[in-house]
Design a protein around this ligand. Structure first.
Ligand code: ZN
Length: 158
C-alpha cells in the first residue's frame, strides 16, 4: 500500500455485471456516464451484482470511461427472506471450504475461475490478480511425462 488512492474513490451503482462474460458497467452519477469494468478490477472476494452500490476509481481505458478498484459498499435488499438466504449461501457458503493461501500475496482467498467458452482456463487471486492455477490438460500431461522420464533416467543410471 504505497499510494493511498482511496480518497478519490467515488460512489456508483452497478448497472449490470455478467459473471460469465467477466465484465460489466457501473453508472457514475458524478459524470453521468457508464463505466466499463472487468472482474480483475473488483477488490475483495465478493463479486458485485446488478444494483449494488460500489466505490471505485474513475479512469479512462481503451474502451472509454472505466472503473477500477471497485469495492462493494452495499447490496440492495433482496426480494424475500428466502432469496436473501439463498443469495448469502451462494456468495459466502463456499468460502469455508475452498479458501487457499495465495502464493503471491499470501492472503487467504477463494480462487476466482476464469472461463473461456465454458472451459475453465485458470483461477486468479481476487486480491492481487495473480494466477493461482492453470487448467491446461495438455500442459499437465507433458509435465507429468517429463517428470516420469527424468525419474526413470535417474534410477537407471545408478
Ligand atoms: Zn494474491
Amino acid at each position: 500500500m504505497s499510494v493511498d488512492t482511496d480518497e478519490i474513490a467515488v460512489n456508483g451503482k452497478v448497472k449490470w455485471f455478467s459473471r460469465d462474460k467477466g465484465y460489466g458497467f457501473i453508472h457514475d452519477p458524478k459524470s453521468g456516464v457508464d463505466r466499463y469494468f472487468a472482474v480483475s478490477d473488483v477488490v475483495g472476494a465478493d463479486l458485485p451484482r446488478d444494483g449494488d452500490v460500489v466505490t471505485f476509481l474513475a479512469t479512462v481505458g481503451e474502451k472509454g470511461p472505466r472503473a477500477t478498484k471497485i469495492r462493494i459498499a452495499s447490496a440492495p435488499l433482496r426480494a424475500t427472506f428466502h432469496d436473501q438466504r439463498a443469495d448469502r449461501h451462494e456468495r459466502h457458503g463456499h468460502y469455508r471450504d475452498d479458501r487457499v493461501t495465495c502464493p503471491s500475496c499470501n492472503r487467504r482467498m477463494v480462487p476466482r475461475l476464469v472461463t473461456y467458452q465454458g472451459e475453465a482456463q485458470k483461477s486468479l487471486c481476487p486480491f492481487c490478480g495473480a494466477t493461482y492455477r492453470r487448467f491446461n490438460t495438455l500442459q499437465t500431461a507433458i509435465t507429468i511425462t517429463v517428470a516420469v522420464i527424468i525419474l526413470m533416467l535417474f534410477f537407471f543410471s545408478r
